[in-house]
Design a protein around this ligand. Sequence first.
Ligand SMILES: [Zn+2]
Length: 276
Amino acid sequence: MIGRYAPSPSGDLHFGNLRTALLAWLFARYDGGSFLLRVEDVDTGRSSRESAQRQLEDLAAIGLDWDGDVLYQSTRSAAYAAALNQLPTFECYCSRKDIQEASRAPHAIPGSYPGTCRDGGVPSGRPPALRLRSEVREFTVHDYFAGSYTGEVDDMILRRGDGDWAYNLAVVVDDAFQGVNQVVRGDDLLSSAPRQAYLASLLGLPVPEYVHVPLVLNKEGKRLAKRDGAVTLREMDLVEAKERLALSIGLQPASPAGLLEQFDPAKLSREAVVFE
Ligand SMILES: [Zn+2]
């Protein structure tokens, strides 16, 4: 197995991010596999090298190790452009507001692209985004916990109007480039797996095994976020944070090797963890 963790460097990792990273590491190493790191800095407005560096330090501080060099998506434009050239696309001039309004129509799936520019968009003066001309409306993937999962595929953005590469394209191209065949990540991303698997299939790339793990929630039952208080590693006591990470996975606090000895994916709880 080749697993990975791929954070976006737009701030310090919080407890939920660290738990997902630890799980990705455990799933990969449990199998005797490799574990890779990738910095998902395609969003040039929100990403910074300083933030990436702090995230790597935090991952090392909780005891994770990784194989090879860290891959930065900001260095991968040529690969994304090559992939884009292989895909059927069209130019889209819609603003976010246009899409929200169109997707309020009866029977529209909220947030999904309604196809406005598919047969020729009206230039707006803004540089257009490039969207995939999708030939399917849904796609089925296999997830370790969810089993067979069918989700929506729309005419997803591949390159934004501002020139930034879209997350979905970058993830698919880079997972294949790095040989990643096991994707462990938060279950908020399960709904994007069918889009990514469909893109991979169009590009002739293998689809990885998906393991979408429950998110860490705050006391109100919402996804843990930085506004929930002292939730980043740097705001917590390191020893206590490591203990709580282990306990949140149902393991007794131990060194990384000790955690690995205890880890059994079959015993992993599928319930979300509440951060108190
Ligand atoms: Zn459009």
